[in-house]
Design a protein around this ligand. Structure first.
Ligand SMILES: Cc1ncc(COP(=O)(O)O)c(C=O)c1O
Length: 396
């Protein structure tokens, strides 16, 4: 097994990516530092225009992180203490954390086992039983869009807002519409591991509503659209000029990097099929017309009894998925203390956790996904997965 470990393929090689764009990035960093203009300014504005156009939204507003993007979206929609917000437990903690920060209570709905996204067939019943729900946050997880049309219809009928958590899905498409342009507000993250990742934290919100745009732009600077006049109580959550300048360099490469991810995903699927590996690989649904593969998550079979999840993964050179297993959010102490008013929905979380459980019955692992990695490591990938990876698993 030691030889196998040495072949572990890095999940994401940011150093290699940086080498490709180093000169351009350093020139931009120098330019911004020489200007000594670090807060807002032209770079932020230009990036906002570029991301709005790319996401097919009318407006974009930069902010300090994807977590803040979600928080600002909730504030802009006037979500208050006592309100509830529907989302899924299978996401990064920030989604539920932002709801809590806004004073509201997250209500969890189950996910679909194939897309890992919100199960729209379960939304109607929950909405009917919970009049306090004022907004819904579907997550476009791992780079694939949630099924938005039925959700938008149910939300409109009930008069609640939809916030897309597109942190992992910049450029992803639902029926040829881009993530971030479908709901009332879209939220993006520029965390370094994202498809468009900064050299630090950053985020952005998108919207088609001029009124929401105005509010979002004010809320990120203490509720002020005019210096020293504060119409709302907001926060300090600006995207800084250095990040914006670097992101504008990387943005020029985004489509070619995305195409690399898509090619890699196709090859992974083919290799896994040829090897008859007993795993379920992600296959975009017909409505996911552009999947951007922030991660390529496979669902693996039961592992042999007596082996911990960590040992199983380590021995096979596999890496844990970036989104926590659903059970993690359910089990976390904060969740228990803060989100516990929602007994009625707890069983749903358990079912989601059981259906995709990573640590007991089924294993989830993700494969390297940076463009170029696959070609370089093709042999390692096929030998790792084909010969050793699933040996001894139940069902083999
Ligand atoms: C689904 C999801 N939502 C929200 C966030 C929060 O973004 P950030 O890390 O930029 O605050 C992330 C980032 O990991 C994410 O994956």
């Amino acid at each position: 097994m030691e030889a196998l470990n040495q072949k572990q393929i890095p999940l994401l090689d940011l150093k290699a990516q940086h080498q490709q764009i180093r000169d351009e990035v350093l020139a931009e960093v120098t330019r911004v530092i020489d200007s000594q203009k670090f807060i807002m300014g032209e770079d932020v504005q230009k990036l906002e225009q570029e991301i709005a156009a790319y996401s097919q939204a009318k407006y974009a507003v930069g902010c300090a992180s994807g977590s803040d993007a979600l928080f600002l979206a909730l504030l802009a929609l006037d979500i208050r203490p006592g309100d509830e917000v529907l989302t899924t437990p299978y996401t990064f903690f920030a989604t539920a954390g932002a709801i809590h920060r806004a004073g509201a209570v997250p209500v969890f709905v189950d996910i679909e086992p194939d897309t890992f996204n919100m199960d729209m067939s379960k939304v109607q019943d929950i909405l009917a039983g919970r009049p306090r729900i004022k907004a819904i946050i579907p997550i476009h997880l791992f780079g694939g869009c949630a099924d938005m049309d039925p959700l938008i219809e149910m939300a409109a009928a009930r008069g609640v807002a939809v916030i897309e958590d597109a942190a992992q899905s910049i450029g992803s498409e639902y029926k040829r519409r881009r993530a971030g342009s479908i709901g009332d507000i879209g939220c993006f993250s520029f965390f370094p591991s994202k498809n468009l990742g900064g050299y630090g934290d950053g985020g952005m919100v998108t919207t088609n509503s001029p009124a929401l745009r105005e509010r979002l732009a004010a809320l990120r600077v203490h509720g002020s659209n005019r210096k020293y006049y504060h119409d709302w109580v907001g926060v300090n959550s600006r995207l800084d000029a250095l990040q914006a300048a670097i992101l504008r360099v990387k943005f020029r490469y985004l489509d070619s990097w995305t195409e690399g991810r898509q090619r890699n995903a196709d090859v992974y699927r083919r290799l896994l099929g040829e090897m008859k590996a007993p795993v379920t690989a992600p296959v975009p649904t017909p409505y996911q017309t552009r999947h951007v593969y922030n991660q390529f998550c496979i669902v693996a079979p039961r592992r042999p009894p007596g082996l911990s999840q960590g040992e199983w993964r380590r021995d096979r050179g596999l890496l844990p998925a970036a989104a926590p297993p659903p059970g993690l959010l359910r089990r976390s102490r904060v969740q228990a203390e803060r989100f516990s008013r929602q007994r009625a929905v707890r069983p749903r979380i358990s079912r989601a956790a059981d259906s995709l459980r990573v640590d007991r019955q089924r294993c989830r692992a993700r494969l390297p996904r940076h463009p170029g990695v696959l070609r370089l490591n093709r042999c390692e990938l096929s030998s790792t997965i084909g010969t050793e990876c699933f040996k001894g698993c139940v069902g083999m």
